[in-house]
Design a binder for this molecule. Structure first.
Ligand SMILES: Cc1ncc(COP(=O)(O)O)c(C=O)c1O
Length: 489
């Protein structure tokens, strides 16, 4: 019996009813109630510990819904939805400052709220693809693939093997092809292997290729590992100079951990070292951060660009929106009008609920309040890390740096194949609702190893989020121990 066999059942409907069949609101509400029960994320129990989400902050949800009920804002139009648009701009500025921009730099930066990490990733790839070709005198927006071919150069995205797959998705969508990614490996500690990175880049440069983006993931999905962005950009800049190539823009995917890192860097409870990773590194041109991985309702990602002018590479003019009001009747400032006219985002309509909820969350908790929340997460993370280490049946795979604890069955006692059994048994148990993560290539340090994806590279992980507590993680450890005991029998 699978876990979901216990969920309440409903008869699924696939046709819009005709007038005679009309259903009452009560019937519909009941159907929705059952659907929610069939979606038992159970955040209140503290049991889900795999990607992707956490419990929403009640106040942020209230604001999200308030905006829905009162003005249904669409931030594509800063004139018609002025108040909501202003909240977006203010949230962006607050986030830009969190990410290391100051004073005049903040004014020159911009960004957008998008639906999440994947859309922000695509927005960044689109932007820097167009900029790359524009610098070669080619308007790729007009010429498309033919223009790309005419440029006569193979563009590459240099990236670590633990990049989120949305980056490869972006190379597909924007016609670069997944082969355009030059992956480099990780060292013994699963940090960036700078020698491999240099080797890979030299190989590309020697073949006459050019770097379109230096892609760096800070706090990757499974390990939550940090990478030294300053050291990476130094190697990339040095080699670009050596081979007489333009220094590429660096894009940071910090979708999962931007808030944790921004706040924990000033916490005495962290104890570790957080290497430079954000706009403080001059080569960093854009940062991807997801508010919806931090108690804000879904559909709330952000991409922030250091230089607002970069968004002109994806700008489309339109005739039907009131953001083109340059005749002085707009309530927006000059700067804001220019920005509002930049309909540069992949989506056109953009709901204003996420930005309002983000604004409310930042304002309600402030730096200290949000830091306390992350300190709590860190305490729970360390506690779980210690219990994995203390267990003889499991081993810790990496030293956690953010909120992820990666582990597996002790290979001296168990066949590595059995890790998948643990994953399935935990995530499908009827005795509890725990949900943990797994990665088939979690132990890989090179692309070749990653491709093997066999049981030898298989890991389990817990991603600790706001809904988890020390008690719930202790129970998870007990549940894991029971599974290990079962396997011994
Ligand atoms: C590092 C990283 N980047 C990007 C994404 C994609 O984000 P989304 O699911 O919001 O599209 C994720 C999702 O977990 C992630 O961990």
């Amino acid at each position: 019996m699978a876990r979901h066999d216990r969920y309440p059942k409903r008869t699924r409907k696939f046709e819009i009813p005709s007038q005679e069949q009309e259903f009452s609101e009560d019937f519909i509400r009941e159907q929705i109630r059952i659907a929610a029960e069939r979606t038992p994320s159970r955040y209140h129990t503290g049991e889900p510990c795999g990607k992707p989400g956490t419990v929403n902050d009640a106040f942020a949800s209230e604001v999200y819904k308030y905006m829905m009920d009162h003005c249904n804002p669409n931030n594509v139009d800063g004139h018609m939805f002025l108040g909501s648009y202003e909240l977006e701009r203010e949230s962006m500025v607050m986030t830009a400052q969190l990410l290391g921009l100051q004073g005049e730099e903040v004014r020159k930066s911009t960004g957008f709220f998008l639906s999440g990490g994947t859309e922000s990733t695509n927005q960044a790839i689109w932007t820097f693809r167009n900029k790359f070709y524009s610098q070669k005198g080619i308007d790729v927006r007009k010429e498309g693939f033919l223009g790309m071919a005419r440029a006569g150069v193979t563009p590459k995205i240099l990236a670590p093997i633990d990049s989120h797959f949305s980056m490869e998705k972006g190379t597909d969508i924007f016609g670069l092809g997944t082969d355009s990614v030059a992956f480099y490996g990780l060292d013994q500690d699963y940090s960036t292997d700078l020698d491999d990175l240099a080797k890979r880049l030299e190989q590309e440069y020697r073949q006459g290729n050019e770097l379109m983006i230096n892609w760096v993931v800070v706090g990757d999905t499974v390990k939550g590992k940090l990478h030294d962005v300053k050291a990476i950009t130094e190697v990339v800049s040095e080699l670009s100079e050596k081979y007489d190539k333009p220094v590429p823009p660096t894009v940071i995917d910090a979708a999962g951990q931007y808030l944790f890192l921004s706040l924990m860097k000033d916490s005495d409870k962290y104890g570790g070292d957080i290497p430079s990773w954000n706009f403080e590194v001059p080569e960093v041109s854009a940062v991807i951060c997801d508010a919806h991985k931090n108690q804000i309702p879904y559909g709330t990602g952000m991409v922030i660009f250091r230089d607002a002018r970069d968004t002109l590479f994806t700008n489309f003019a339109t005739d039907y929106l009131s953001t083109d009001m340059l005749d002085g009747v707009s309530s927006l400032s000059e700067d804001e009008i220019v920005l509002a006219q930049v309909l540069a985002t992949i989506p056109t309509s953009r709901g204003g609920y996420g930005p309002a909820a983000t604004w409310a969350y930042y304002m309600k908790y402030g730096m200290e309040g949000m830091r306390e929340k992350k300190e709590h997460i860190w305490e729970v993370t360390k506690g779980f890390r210690d219990s994995v280490e203390a267990s003889t049946d499991y081993e810790l795979v990496y030293e956690p740096q953010t909120a992820n604890v990666v582990f597996r069955l002790n290979p001296e006692i168990f066949d590595p194949e059995l890790n998948q059994v643990v994953y399935r048994n935990i995530n499908n148990s009827e005795e509890h609702g725990f949900y943990i993560g797994h990665d088939c290539g979690g132990l890989a340090r090179s692309l070749e190893e990653r491709k093997m994806q066999g049981s030898q590279n298989y890991v389990l992980y817990a991603n600790i989020m706001d809904h988890n507590s020390t008690d719930s993680m202790n129970t998870l450890m007990q549940v894991l121990n029971v599974e290990a005991e079962r396997l011994k029998r």
